[in-house]
Design a protein around this ligand. Structure first.
Ligand code: ADP
Ligand code: MG
Length: 708
């Protein structure tokens, strides 16, 4: 057992150097281990962390606090007064707020806190209280504020720090009061703001007209005016994006110079593939296909993102790329995020490619033993021109004979690691990433900043926009009558079952019951099919084939059809409990209809719903445009949630906000790429600090080999 080492042994043995920006907060007099722990919870270890990362969530203008008598109803109000009375919520009635009456010479305000009964012990009559929150009318009495933040003001030497000015309000954590955090911040800003090393090359700073780093730090924390604050924050946001984009630019530069495969065959297979289609390519498909073909022919690795709304026809473009790789003597792989989508691609590609003599094999977790063995052999011997699969494709043991092209569908559901792993299956294969969830431009630049982008911004001709309606339970019989009419006219319908809870088993039960009820009681004259994730591939294939051929009229499904399935004769998508689905899921589901010449409908059946689900359903009824949908989705959920997982590859910025700061991102990107263009390894003396900051911030997260 090692005895606990005496505290501060290291510090005591050396003469203490004057603290600098890299000094740990706990080494500062007055910051004990207790507070250091709380600060670490906020991610703050050094002085520099606190100065550069922990910006106020807002500033409160306490220079002109309104007299209570002149307060008006509204969202973000700040006011102050002396506590005149405290009413704790009655015992056992947690829904009733704690209320505190404050007063000044002009009037009164009732202040309400929900779920914080302990505050009754914190407040005392006669204390001076600053409150911030939403002000509402309140019976016949004074107005009432729902308090978001509050601060008890005591008499003290630093009182001017907390009142009478633009006062920063920081995100904090339990046990660390707003006032003590603010006091610490003031001390750090006064002591070290001008000593933090500025990573931004001064040429860039001057060109954009940004304040110095010291000015920015001071202005972001303790500004004199709102304008100063905005300018200061803008500078720190720029730095955040700039550093990240420099990393991307370096990666892109390196990729661009790596040798890759030049696949430039005569194009017979592609010509035959096109000749066999019942349609011609849209102008957008032609353009995108040309971009991809050019990339493939170059002796550098392709890194291209293909964006297109659901139904825009990405699959055929991918198939053209695949046959081109095959004709050039290489293999292609297509990786999808789910088994069902992989299976869908498998069926589509088999239909397109096998007539051309290209063998396609499937490799997912669900493909077992013998089938799996033979697929692996086909991939390893090179007899399979194309392998379709899930991440099972990249998990150990599968060695392509000569992989030339990796197509990755729905990339944002993968970790960036998967992209790298598939790429790693060969020397330098071309990579085509396809995404069906349109991504707002700022996010595309961030997530795929090292990729070239192609956009299918046109739907195949003859598509009629899907009409989307929101309905309640009362309309159920009318909806069924409508489905009956559609089927009488020869159409087919989807019924997507609610997500019951986080359990696959109960989803399955709900879908099974729904299918049985529809078959027995509602549409006895029709055939109802059931599709869910637990079916094995041959059964799924059979159900989907029967639906495709029209032998099954109603396809009941769990969300497994969210992506991939393609039956142009289907004209109605009925979504049960639509309020339980995310916006992009709903948009994908809707994309399953309206793929043929028929007028199509998406019916969103929902129970009484909350505010957010209401907004989602409204957005669905208002627009068919995937990009608009994505923007609403992003606004509702925020960038982190938007991509579902932390592994999404979405970088975490210190202060920048992808939603608010999109314009800055583009500017930072331009400057970053220009800097890297001129000095790809950042070796010039002017870039020394930039290089150090980049490595400190992004090494290990971005692959920065070559400069590290
Ligand atoms: P997504 O972009 O959602 O993957 P798909 O590739 O599944 O779209 O294509 C949707 C449907 O449109 C398919 O039925 C496909 O055969 C059809 N399609 C694709 N391109 C065209 C085109 N140029 N003209 C007519 N139909 C097309
Ligand atoms: Mg598709």
């Amino acid at each position: 057992m090692t005895p606990p080492s005496p505290p501060s042994l290291g510090a005591a043995s050396k003469p203490a150097a004057a603290p600098g920006p890299r000094t740990r907060l706990e080494a500062l007099p007055g910051v004990g281990p207790q507070r250091a722990k709380l600060l670490a919870k906020l991610g703050l270890v050094t002085i520099e962390d606190a100065l550069c990362q922990h910006l106020p969530s807002r500033h409160e203008d306490r220079s002109q606090i309104l007299p209570l008598g002149r307060l008006t109803v509204g969202d973000a109000r700040t006011c102050a007064g002396t506590i005149a009375g405290i009413s704790p919520p009655p015992r056992g009635r947690p829904r009733v707020p704690l209320t505190v009456m404050i007063r000044d010479a002009s009037g009164f305000l009732s202040c309400a806190w929900f779920n914080q009964p302990y505050l009754a012990r914190v407040f005392k009559r006669g204390q001076f209280l600053i409150v911030h929150g939403k002000v509402q009318p309140y019976g016949r009495g004074p107005l009432q504020m729902q308090v978001k933040d509050y601060e008890l003001v005591e008499e003290g030497p630093d009182e001017t720090l907390h009142t009478g000015r633009l006062v920063p309000v920081y995100p904090t954590t339990e046990g660390l009061t707003q006032r003590s955090l603010r006091r610490l911040m003031k001390r750090l800003v006064d002591g070290w703001a001008d000593q933090v090393e500025d990573p931004l090359p001064s040429a860039v700073r001057e060109k954009i007209g940004l304040p110095s780093l010291g000015q920015a730090i001071r202005g972001a924390h303790f500004p004199e005016t709102d304008a100063v604050q905005a300018l200061a924050r803008g500078r720190l946001v720029f730095d955040d994006f700039f550093l990240f984009e420099v990393g991307l630019a370096i990666r892109r530069h390196r990729e661009g110079r790596r040798r890759g495969l030049a696949m430039n065959p005569k194009g017979d297979l592609a010509r035959r593939l096109l000749a066999g289609l019942p349609y011609t390519l849209t102008v957008a498909q032609e353009r995108v296909w040309r971009e991809i073909k050019t990339d493939m022919a170059e002796p550098y690795p392709m890194n291209r993102l293909l964006q297109g709304d659901v139904g825009s026809g990405k699959t055929i473009v991918a198939a053209l790329a695949i046959v081109t790789a095959v004709e050039a003597g290489y293999q292609a792989a297509l990786m999808a995020p789910t088994e069902i989508l992989a299976e869908q691609h498998m069926m589509t590609l088999q239909a397109l490619l096998e007539p051309l003599g290209v063998r396609v094999v499937l490799l997912t977790g669900a493909v077992k033993s013998k089938a799996r063995q033979s697929a692996i052999e086909a991939v390893e011997s090179g007899s399979a021109g194309c392998a379709v699969g899930t991440h099972a494709l990249v998990q150990g043991g599968v060695a392509f004979e000569r992989l030339g092209l990796a197509v990755i569908d729905e990339q944002h559901r993968f970790g960036v690691g998967h992209r790298a792993a598939l790429r790693g299956k060969a020397e330098s294969p071309d990579v085509l990433v396809m995404t069906a969830t349109p991504i707002p431009r700022t996010l595309a630049l961030t997530l795929y900043g090292d990729l070239e982008v192609s956009v299918l911004d046109e739907l195949p001709p003859g598509r009629k926009p899907v009409r989307t309606e929101a309905r309640g339970e009362r309309a159920r019989q009318k909806i069924y009558a409508f489905l009956r009419d559609e089927m009488a006219a020869g159409r087919q319908v989807y019924v997507v079952c609610p997500l019951v809870e986080e359990s696959e088993a109960s989803d399955l039960r709900a879908a099974t019951e729904m299918a049985e009820r529809l078959q027995r009681q509602v549409f006895p004259e029709r055939r109802v099919g059931l599709l869910h994730g637990r079916l094995r591939f041959p059964e799924k294939e059979r159900v989907m084939r029967e639906f495709k051929e029209g032998a099954v009229h109603v396809l009941v499904s769990t969300t497994v059809i969210e992506v991939g399935i393609d039956v142009p004769n289907a004209s109605v998508m009925l979504v049960e409990h639509a309020e339980r689905f995310g916006l992009s899921q709903l948009h994908q589901l809707r994309g399953r209809v309206g793929r043929g010449p028929f007028k199509s409908f998406c019916i969103l059946l929902s129970a009484a719903v909350g505010e957010d689900s209401q907004r989602r359903i409204e957005a669905m009824t208002e627009t068919n445009d995937g990009f608009k949908i994505a923007e609403v989705d992003l606004a509702l959920r925020g960038p982190g949630e938007f991509f579902g997982t932390r592994q999404s590859g979405l970088p975490e910025f210190r202060v920048a906000d992808l939603l608010r700061d999109g314009a800055v991102l583009e500017q930072a990107r331009r400057e970053a790429f220009a800097v890297v263009q001129g000095d790809p390894s950042l070796l010039a003396p002017a870039q020394r600090r930039l290089r150090a900051a980049l490595l400190a911030r992004w090494r290990g997260k971005l692959d920065l080999a070559g400069i590290g």
